[in-house]
Design a protein around this ligand. Structure first.
Ligand SMILES: *Cc1c(COP(=O)(O)O)cnc(C)c1O
Ligand code: SF4
Length: 323
């Protein structure tokens, strides 16, 4: 049974050339980079790009470039220590009180700066066959109050799979919250349909959805409707962004991002410094500049619209504030 969103997912752009033809944009790209980390963009997202603009900040997030093939020092395969935080296949436990499930390796869109570009999904994702070990691990640790569904993108799981998983988690008495990290409400808004909302709101855990918008224009079009529907279903919405060179590295863009999020009922949560994964160096904004930007945001916005500027350092007990 194929649903609307699955059809839209399948109709997404799988070749750079096709997307550039659709946009009427001429810009160099690297087929070799696209071989290392495949290209993928849903049409609903591509419609928010500016036709003919080679510097479009949405296009920049997905365009495979020759710079990805360079590997400057300090840019590595696993910058945040995900491999050794895997306690059982599919489960990362780094921080006290919360653990994260790698529910799938699939994403609706492929972001070139992704920190899990090289994550070994095949052997390390939470599959139906491997679910017992991860659920037992969670059940054995009474300190765990929250499970984060991540990936990949957890909202690409089927409704049945999500219903089963949320049911299993809700049956663990010490869990109080469920968190979903997903870019799907923005990039494949048709996925946020009635059945999904029913699944996400029909268990006892308080549920937070952390979306991932880096630029205010990502919230345009059908994304607004998806976010409104999630709010109506009682889900709390937060945003995490990554500070990215020539995507959102200006006070104006970051202010506008916070304002647009708030208009859609989403509070800014984190602004991450780039995780230094191989192939992403051209997106990096140096820490001193990031701090200045953050200070400027503080001077312009109410405190609740200023995201926490953080950097993840392997081995630290939380995502470290940069200030
Ligand atoms: C980022 C992350 C979390 C969530 O951290 P918060 O500071 O609670 O948002 C949880 N587990 C892992 C493994 C993470 O990387
Ligand atoms: S949606 Fe998230 S996990 Fe998937 S490629 Fe983008 S940043 Fe990475």
């Amino acid at each position: 049974m194929s649903e609307q969103w699955q059809a839209e997912l399948a109709e997404g752009f799988g070749s750079v050339r096709e997307l550039l033809d659709f946009l009427g944009t001429a810009v160099p790209f690297s087929a070799e980079a696209a071989e290392r980390f495949p290209f993928r963009v849903p049409r609903a997202y591509a419609r928010r790009m500016r036709p003919g603009d080679p510097h479009d900040p949405l296009l920049r997030q997905v365009l495979p470039r020759a710079q990805e093939l360079a590997s400057p020092e300090g840019f590595v395969s696993d910058p945040v220590g995900d491999r050794h935080a895997l306690k059982v296949p599919g489960l990362l436990h780094k921080y006290r009180g919360r653990a994260l499930l790698i529910t799938t390796g699939a994403c609706a869109i492929h972001c070139r700066y992704c920190f899990r570009r090289e994550f070994p999904y095949a052997e390390s994702q939470f599959t139906r066959q491997r679910e017992k070990a991860a659920l037992d691990y969670i059940a054995r640790d009474p300190e765990l109050g929250e499970i984060v569904l991540s990936g990949g993108d957890p909202l690409l799981l089927s409704d049945d799979r999500l219903a089963r998983l949320t049911g299993q988690l809700a049956a663990i008495p010490h869990l109080r919250r469920l968190r979903i990290h997903s870019r799907v409400p923005l990039v494949l808004p048709s996925r946020i349909d009635e059945r999904l909302l029913e699944v996400l709101s029909s268990h006892r855990l308080r549920t937070v959805v952390v979306i991932h918008a880096n630029h205010p224009r990502e919230l345009d079009g059908e994304a607004g409707g998806a976010l409104a529907a999630m709010r109506r279903a009682g889900l709390m919405l937060l945003n995490q962004a990554v500070l990215l060179r020539r995507v959102n590295d200006s006070v104006g863009t970051l202010c506008e991002l916070s304002e647009c999020l708030f208009e859609r009922g989403v509070l800014p949560y984190y602004l991450h410094l780039l995780d230094r994964v191989r192939g992403t160096a051209h997106f990096e904004v140096p820490e001193a500049e990031a701090r200045d930007l953050h200070e400027a945001l503080r001077r312009r916005l109410p405190g609740y619209l200023v995201p926490r500027l953080v950097r993840e350092i392997d081995g630290q007990p939380y995502k470290l504030p940069v200030s």
